[in-house]
Design a protein around this ligand. Structure first.
Ligand SMILES: Cc1cc2nc3c(=O)[nH]c(=O)nc-3n(C[C@H](O)[C@H](O)[C@H](O)COP(=O)(O)O)c2cc1C
Length: 190
């Protein structure tokens, strides 16, 4: 007999919506993966080779797109770590959503439990970007976790020169976030 559903380890597929070397959001995603409890694994997806969405390529998407789509499909939950650009989500964050949602009869986002985090160098810590991202839930029926929220403001200085998180309070919040997301995800598995 297999492990009962409640004991099965969970896999969360995550991406950060920044291609920048040294991206704080990439570092935040890696810190989250390191903070995972034993029954959770956070898979950091590589989105660097994903081209701009093009409907002409939907039936034969580039390999990088297929890999990310299949990772999301197989995962118990999706984690989106988004920067904020000009008061909303950057194109890089949204581009992955475009590919993941198409073709429309094979969206890998539909009814997918998901969670949002974000880091910015500004005071509001991606408040507006996260709100904008939540709007997509109503179109794609993504089950975004409601609470807790992680909005890292004034992020410069929270990581050392090796990219390691230096803020112990934030590390504890990341652990709580994953524990809460595990509970959220299991709600949809009964
Ligand atoms: C085009 C552009 C627009 C930006 N707009 C905002 C913004 O609206 N709010 C904010 O808090 N930070 C803004 N920033 C600063 C980002 O928070 C900062 O560049 C951050 O490091 C981006 O995340 P990353 O390090 O993961 O690339 C903007 C940066 C760029 C390049």
């Amino acid at each position: 007999m297999g492990a009962p559903m409640a004991d099965r380890p969970l896999v969360f597929a995550g991406y950060a919506g920044s291609l920048r070397a040294g991206s704080y959001n990439q570092l935040l995603l890696r810190a989250l993966a390191k903070a995972a409890p034993p029954n959770v694994r956070v898979e950091v997806m590589d989105i660097a080779q994903i081209p701009l969405y093009n409907m002409d390529q939907e039936s034969t998407p580039p390999d990088a797109v297929t890999r990310v789509r299949e990772s999301i499909r197989k995962a118990d939950g999706l984690i989106i770590v988004t920067p904020e650009h000009n008061g909303t989500i950057p194109a890089v964050t949204k581009n992955v959503i475009e590919w993941a949602s198409r073709p429309s009869d094979d969206s890998v986002l539909e009814r997918k439990p998901a969670a949002i985090l974000g880091a910015s160098t500004g005071y509001y810590g991606t408040l507006r970007a996260q709100a904008a991202l939540r709007q997509i839930a109503t179109i794609e029926e993504i089950y975004f976790m409601v609470n807790p929220e992680i909005r890292v403001s004034r992020v410069a200085g929270k990581f050392d020169e090796r990219g390691e998180l230096t803020d112990d309070e934030l590390r504890a919040e990341l652990k709580e976030f994953l524990a809460a997301f595990a509970v959220w995800v299991r709600r949809f598995q009964v």
